[in-house]
Design a protein around this ligand. Structure first.
Ligand code: COA
Length: 321
C-alpha cells in the first residue's frame, strides 16, 4: 500500500515583544503609512534577550505535538529549517530535541532561507514514503532580528522573529488527506540578490541582511505562481480547486500579485504578514496557524504552500489538509 504524508499537528510561537512600525520610525527614516502601503506589515515580534532560535522552535514544536495528541518520543526525526541557528554547531535541531525531552531519533538543521519550510515538507515526505520514519517534526524557526541591519530602512522594516511547526505522519490507510505533490528548486546565479554581508567561513561573523528588493519581488511573484501551477497540473487540479494559497509571508503586495497572476480570488490568499512581518522559514506555518485560529482551515481543503527565498530557492507543496 502506498504511503501518504499527512500533517497531523500544527503549532506556532511568536515572542512576546512587539515592535510596531511607529516604534521603528523612531530608529530609521520611515513611517507607518509607507510600510503598510508597500509591504502590508504593521508589526513584528522580537525575541527577548537570551531567547534563541531553538527556544522559539521548541515552543512551536510543543504546540504541534499537543495538537497532534503525541509526545516527543513519538517522533523519529526533527528537521529544523533556519538561517539563524543558535550556534555554528551543533544544529539548532539537537537543542530542540533536548528541550523537548526527546531521547531517541535524529535531529538536524537545513538551510533554504525563506523556502525552508517547503524544503522541510518535501524532505519529510521523501523520508516517510521511503519508510525510514513514521513521524517527523518539521520546524521553521528564526531570530532575524539578530541579523537585520537596524539602520537600513530598506530591510529592517521587513523581518521579524517567530517559529512554526508541523507533525507529519506516514498514513498507510485509505486517505484523501496529505501531501499530493511537492517540488523544490534553487538557482545560485541569483545568490547576490538576497543574503548577508558575512558568515562563519567568509568573515567569522554573521553579517547583516542585504537585499535587492525590487528584483527579489519580481522573482517571488513569477516563481511562486509558477510552482503552484506546476503542482496543480501534475495532480490534475485547477486553480478553482484551491481552497487557500498559504504562501511565504514576505510582503502583502507579493501575496496579492501571486493571487492575481494565478487568477485566484484575493480572499483565498492567506495573509498573516501584517501581524509578524517576514519570519523567513517560519512564515508558512505561522500563516496556517493564524488561519486555523480564525476557524478557516478545515479538513479536506486543498492548499498550496509556495515559497521563495535567498539562494534563490523556491518550491511548493500541494496538500489536502
Ligand atoms: N520608508 C520610507 N521610504 C523608504 C523605505 C522605508 N522603509 N524604504 C525605501 N524607501 C524609499 C526609497 O529610498 C526610495 O526612495 P527614492 O525614490 O527617493 O529613492 C523609495 O522608497 C522606493 O524604494 P524602493 O526600494 O524602490 O521601494 P519598493 O517599492 O521596491 O519597496 C520593498 C521596497 C523592500 C518593500 C520591496 O522591494 C519588497 O518588498 N521587496 C521584496 C522583499 C522581500 O519580500 N524579500 C524577502 C523575500 S524572501
Amino acid at each position: 500500500m502506498s504511503i501518504r504524508s499527512v500533517i497531523v499537528g500544527l503549532g506556532s510561537y511568536l515572542p512576546e515583544k512587539i515592535l510596531t512600525n511607529t516604534e521603528l520610525a523612531e530608529r530609521v527614516d520611515t513611517n507607518d503609512a509607507w510600510i503598510v502601503e508597500r509591504t502590508g506589515i504593521k508589526q513584528r515580534h522580537i525575541a527577548a534577550e537570551g531567547q534563541v532560535t531553538s527556544d522559539l522552535a521548541t515552543e512551536a514544536a510543543k504546540a504541534a505535538l499537543k495538537d497532534a495528541g503525541l509526545t516527543p518520543n513519538d517522533i523519529d526525526i526533527v528537521l529544523v529549517a533556519t538561517s539563524t541557528a543558535d550556534d555554528t554547531m551543533p544544529a539548532t535541531a539537537v537543542h530542540v530535541q533536548h528541550k523537548l525531552g526527546m531521547t531517541r531519533g535524529a535531529a538536524f538543521d537545513f538551510q533554504a532561507a525563506c523556502s525552508g519550510f517547503v524544503y522541510g515538507l518535501h524532505m519529510a515526505d521523501a523520508f516517510l514514503r521511503a519508510g525510514s520514519a513514521k513521524r517527523i517534526l518539521v520546524v521553521g524557526a528564526e531570530t532575524f532580528s539578530r541579523v537585520v541591519d537596524w539602520n537600513d530602512r530598506g530591510t529592517c522594516i521587513l523581518f521579524g522573529d517567530g517559529a512554526g511547526a508541523v507533525v507529519v505522519e506516514a498514513s498507510e490507510g485509505e486517505t484523501t488527506r496529505g501531501i499530493l505533490h511537492s517540488e523544490i528548486f534553487s538557482d545560485g546565479q541569483y545568490a547576490a540578490l538576497l543574503g548577508t554581508t558575512g558568515g562563519t567561513s567568509r568573515t567569522q561573523t554573521t553579517g547583516v541582511v542585504t537585499m535587492q528588493g525590487k528584483e527579489v519581488f519580481r522573482h517571488a511573484v513569477s516563481k511562486m505562481a509558477d510552482v503552484v501551477e506546476r503542482s496543480l497540473k501534475a495532480t490534475g487540479h485547477t486553480v478553482a480547486d484551491l481552497d487557500f494559497v498559504a504562501a511565504h509571508q514576505a510582503n502583502a503586495r507579493i501575496l496579492s500579485s501571486v493571487a492575481e497572476k494565478l487568477g485566484l480570488p484575493a480572499e483565498k490568499a492567506l495573509v498573516s504578514v501584517d501581524m509578524h512581518g517576514n519570519t523567513s522559514a517560519a512564515s508558512i506555518p505561522l500563516a496556517l496557524a493564524a488561519a486555523k485560529a480564525q476557524g478557516r482551515l478545515k479538513e479536506g481543503q486543498l492548499l498550496a504552500l509556495p515559497a521563495l527565498g535567498a539562494g534563490l530557492t523556491w518550491g511548493n507543496c500541494l496538500l489536502r489538509w
